[in-house]
Design a protein around this ligand. Structure first.
Ligand code: MRU
Length: 364
């Protein structure tokens, strides 16, 4: 892969959603083709596709998938990467029937990852488009397709823009700690926190990445390290508990993370363990940056206390890489995200610019 190539995290091809199975990286690079809403729910739940903006794309394409699943015959499809072809769409299907199928799919996908607001945000965008189309089923289906493609294109552009805004904050020669994976794999293909690092590197700065391992599913060790190496960026994996040591010894001069949902006041939900990093960064005077597209800001949620936190199965903790890591009978508590209060965040970087505390101008 060349420096300029983006990771094709998700595509809608010939009536199916194609994703990289992120549970297998870095040992295997395998593309899965998803043809049903049940399969989509399954890959989202088991984190084969993950990261808030990528989940938004999965949700948007999911509504197209529901139409394919219901009405495309064997070997046929209506939607492809290149456009829409409704010549084989059954003529007797009514607008309310299409709406019903889309709305059922929306309901079934929306709850799969409750913290990542982009999922609901993208689905709502398609639902709003559907609500405006009363001319014909063709007009409705074409409008849904266009909106899904637009969300995809916009996400790529937002990541590139926020990357350029954030890159200004990083100096040549800096070492930066990041958590989980907020790169191309978590978005349309460039990234948010990693997008800032990639943009700094593209601007000619030498940046060294410290990737927090990210328990329990190792998105930092597996995915962030993989993406950095794909781009020829030096990366060092540190175990979760090493963050205090790394920050106290000045081994990094900034922390940069992504976000799953940002409240109107700047409080930020991100992968569990982010709050720990923010507290330690504050203790040692290290800047703590959040990078996210504006689609991750939820203006309806005033403070982080109201952000729903996804609870994951304890089995993710009881086993590590297929081997039991706790004795039988031990309890396991597995919140997938935590909320970092705005006072611990030095700046929030979006495609619109860099926002500083008290984040009064974050919305709008
Ligand atoms: O559970 P995950 O892997 O979906 O969690 C992902 C994160 O926490 C990311 O940091 C966040 O979604 C931002 S992705 C650009």
């Amino acid at each position: 892969m060349t420096k300029d190539m983006v990771v094709p995290t998700i595509r809608f091809v010939a009536g199916a959603i194609e994703i990289i199975d992120q549970t297998l990286l870095p040992s295997q690079y395998r593309i899965i083709s998803i043809k049903t809403i049940d399969e989509l729910g399954d890959v989202i739940f088991r984190l084969a596709i993950r990261g808030a903006p990528a989940l938004g794309l999965a949700g948007a394409y999911g509504l197209l998938l529901a139409v394919e699943e219901k009405w495309a015959g064997e070997g046929m499809h209506f939607f492809d990467e290149g456009g829409v072809d409704l010549s084989s769409f059954p003529r007797d299907v009514t607008l309310p029937e299409v709406r019903e199928v889309v709305s059922r799919a929306a309901d079934s996908i929306a709850g799969t990852r409750p913290t990542a607001v982009n999922l609901v945000w993208a689905i709502e965008r398609l639902k709003r488009v559907a609500a405006r189309q009363w001319a014909s089923t063709e007009a409705l289906l074409t409008a849904l397709y266009r909106e899904a493609r637009l969300i995809h294109q916009e996400d790529l552009e937002m990541c590139r823009r926020l990357g350029r805004h954030g890159a200004v904050l990083l100096k040549d020669g800096e070492a930066v700690l990041t958590h989980c994976n907020a790169g191309g794999l978590a978005t349309s293909g460039y990234g948010t926190a990693l997008g800032v690092i990639f943009a700094a590197v593209e601007a000619g700065k030498r940046i060294q990445v410290f990737a927090d391992e990210t328990r329990p599913l190792l998105q930092g060790a597996r995915l962030t390290a993989w993406e950095c190496l794909q781009r020829g960026i030096a990366v060092t994996v540190v175990c979760e508990g090493a963050a205090g040591y790394v920050l106290s010894k000045g081994l990094v001069s900034a922390v940069i993370v992504g976000a799953d949902r940002i409240a109107a006041n700047g409080d930020t939900a991100n992968k569990i363990g982010t709050l720990n990093l923010a507290v330690i960064a504050s203790r040692y005077g290290v800047p703590f940056y959040v990078a996210a597209p504006s689609s991750t800001i939820d203006p309806a949620i005033v403070t982080g206390e109201r952000i729903p936190i996804e609870m994951r199965p304890g089995s993710e903790l009881r086993q590590c890489l297929g081997i039991d890591s706790t004795p039988p009978g031990a309890g396991a508590f597995n919140p997938a995200f935590d909320v970092t209060p705005n006072e611990l965040i030095s700046a929030i970087i979006t495609e619109k610019g860099v926002f500083y505390r008290p984040f009064d101008d974050l919305i709008g």
